[in-house]
Write a protein that binds this ligand. Structure first.
Ligand SMILES: Cc1cc2nc3c(=O)[nH]c(=O)nc-3n(C[C@H](O)[C@H](O)[C@H](O)COP(=O)(O)O)c2cc1C
Ligand code: SF4
Ligand code: SF4
Length: 248
């Protein structure tokens, strides 16, 4: 079974592509994470977890959900991480998670997709994004083929930089960077409620028709990028940048 979490659609696209190629079931974890549903799920076929990369590891909310949920049936598990550039030494932490769950780690494949982190980096135009995705297609096919054949994803040994990024930098990233305090909605907000609806942590409520952010944010970028009137900004950084959602 293919499980995915996705803020802006890249991981959803890759999960569905792998699902097609392997003729396996695809499950969106959004509702389960949002409602904190950790009830057992079962698959006789190997598990495949597709996710974005947040500070060179899988998102914490997904890691916690995996820790707490009983995945019964197959003991094989693959990880596929979409990223804007690289996934560092994320495999080390995924391997450790598999040990805790008594599952067999079958490797982590990195797929470079368009950058979605509009709060910190520059997001691509639609044309640039399509170009990046077309370059990713071969890697998605190779990843799906290895899963279909029951192979193991090849792993290279991590550099010191990668170990630092997934280790100490990841630890500092959440307390230092991941906050919702800089989000605000402009007057162009049409009070549609979509931002509240797409938040995997239920961190947004509407007050007098306008969004108000709470303190439980994981910086998935769904609210700012999925607002139909582009009314949300993140401090000054997001001004003028294209809102990114996977164009496929
Ligand atoms: C909070 C956050 C942290 C990120 N950290 C990384 C990173 O460490 N390395 C990287 O290559 N891309 C990073 N990215 C980019 C995303 O992993 C990438 O665009 C991903 O494909 C988005 O997937 P999604 O559309 O399924 O949410 C980050 C994005 C966000 C929102
Ligand atoms: S998604 Fe955008 S337009 Fe809709 S309520 Fe939120 S900020 Fe307003
Ligand atoms: S507040 Fe926005 S960025 Fe934060 S978790 Fe919710 S949807 Fe994602």
């Amino acid at each position: 079974m293919i499980l995915y979490f996705s803020g802006t659609g890249n991981s959803e696209y890759v999960a569905k592509r792998i699902g097609n190629e392997t003729e396996d079931e695809v499950l969106d974890l959004f509702d389960k994470i949002r409602t904190r549903d950790f009830s057992e799920i079962h698959s006789d076929r190997p598990w495949v977890v597709v996710s974005p990369t947040y500070a060179w590891r899988i998102p914490r909310i997904l890691h916690e959900w995996l820790e707490q949920t009983d995945l019964s049936g197959s003991r094989e598990i693959y990880f596929v991480m979409t990223c804007g550039g690289d996934t560092g030494n994320s495999g080390k932490y995924l391997k450790r998670l598999c040990g805790l769950k008594k599952m067999h780690y079958s490797g982590c494949s990195s797929i470079v997709m368009p950058e979605n982190y509009i709060a910190v980096f520059t997001t691509p135009s639609k044309e640039e994004a399509l170009e990046i995705i077309s370059r990713a297609e071969k890697e998605i096919d190779n990843t799906a083929r290895l899963i279909r054949e029951g192979g193991i994803f090849p792993q290279s040994s991590p550099s010191l930089k990668a170990r630092m990024a997934s280790g100490v930098v990841n630890q500092l990233f959440y307390p230092m960077v991941v906050h919702a305090g800089k989000f605000y909605a402009k007057d162009t907000c049409i009070s549609c409620g979509k931002c509240a609806h797409v938040c995997p942590l239920n961190n947004i409520r509407l007050e007098n028709g306008k969004p108000v952010w709470g303190t439980d944010c994981t910086h998935c970028m769904a609210c700012i990028c999925r607002c139909p009137s582009e009314a949300i900004e993140y401090g000054a950084h997001s001004r003028g940048l294209p809102r990114y959602t996977c164009p496929k």
